[in-house]
Design a protein around this ligand. Structure first.
Ligand SMILES: NC(=O)c1ccc[n+]([C@@H]2O[C@H](COP(=O)([O-])OP(=O)(O)OC[C@H]3O[C@@H](n4cnc5c(N)ncnc54)[C@H](OP(=O)(O)O)[C@@H]3O)[C@@H](O)[C@H]2O)c1
Length: 262
């Protein structure tokens, strides 16, 4: 595989994990600031002997089966399209791509008969939370979502909270008993309405990343919660699964669900 963003927080953790596998090899890597150096020297893993290239186009001169995109939204779409045109399947971990970007990627992936798997959160427990919440929403009419993060996370709500609200709305909409615009007092106290879910974002020192969905019925309730620590380790297993399975897909698939079941 080719790994774009191999020196970053998420990419370097993935690269170190791949060094320990026997079925995946990194044949090329991308980072602008470390171009020309050995990947293993930059991220402290001597088994990674490949030389870093300054752009995806240069890295793609080495043939690869799978291209992994873990850079930034402003370079991601360009990299993904170049990888597809070179005949690679693609795993996208980068968040912040627009629906327009995804539509263009899907068109090219179908033309090239290649698979693209894009997931804004590869943590298996976050993926399972979404699945279990969808199952609960089939039976429980009302829920609210709480997204917790460190105090310096500037975006709110988190991408994963938005994705959960969108997925639950596909099951059905969650209307509060008292409509939000009939709130007496501060409407903001009821959170943001996203795809009919009320979403509340907590940003405090001491918190890392958590997502909670609360389901309530008369005299009973259910809480489903995912917590991630401060390392990039939670995102590795899902990304490895995506890398191993993406060649079974054609076109764009969003979310790890496409490859979760054996
Ligand atoms: N899907 C998931 O589960 C998951 C988990 C964690 C993070 N993410 C997302 O993954 C992305 C990366 O996050 P991160 O925290 O790892 O970021 P980061 O630490 O800033 O790393 C970014 C990496 O991309 C490279 N890069 C940046 N711009 C580039 C460009 N224009 N061309 C080539 N290489 C470029 C950087 O190297 P140079 O600066 O040297 O070029 C670096 O290797 C973000 O969108 C983040 O939200 C997703």
């Amino acid at each position: 595989m080719c790994l774009a963003g191999a020196t970053g927080w998420a990419g370097s953790e993935l690269a170190r994990a791949i060094a320990a596998t026997s079925d995946i090899a990194i044949v090329s890597a991308v980072s602008r600031t470390h171009a020309g150096r050995r990947l293993g020297d930059v991220i402290g893993e001597p088994r990674l002997t490949g030389v870093i290239q300054g752009s995806a186009i240069e890295a793609l001169t080495v043939p690869c089966d799978v291209f992994v995109e873990y850079t930034k939204p402003d370079s991601a779409t360009r990299n993904v399209l170049a990888a597809l045109e070179h005949g690679a399947h693609v795993v996208v971990g980068t968040s912040g791509l627009t629906d327009g970007d995804f539509s263009e990627i899907d068109t090219v992936a179908r033309q090239m008969r290649r698979g693209v798997l894009a997931a804004g959160n590869f943590a298996l427990t976050a993926v399972l939370l979404q699945r279990f919440a969808e199952a609960a929403a089939k039976l429980i009419p009302q829920w609210e979502i709480i997204d917790y993060a460190h105090d310096d996370k500037i975006d709110a709500p988190s991408g994963t909270a938005r994705e959960l609200a969108t997925r639950l709305a596909r099951v059905h909409t969650s209307g509060p008993t008292i409509p939000i615009d009939k709130t007496v007092g501060l409407r903001e106290a009821r959170g943001a309405t996203i795809s009919s879910s009320q979403v509340h974002s907590v940003r405090l020192p001491g918190y890392v990343i958590s997502l909670e969905v609360l389901f309530g019925m008369p005299d009973q309730r259910l809480t489903i919660r995912h917590d991630a620590g401060s390392s990039a380790r939670p995102y590795v297993d899902g990304a490895l699964l995506a890398i191993r399975k993406v060649s079974t897909l054609v076109g764009l698939h969003r979310g790890l669900d496409a490859v979760l079941d054996p």
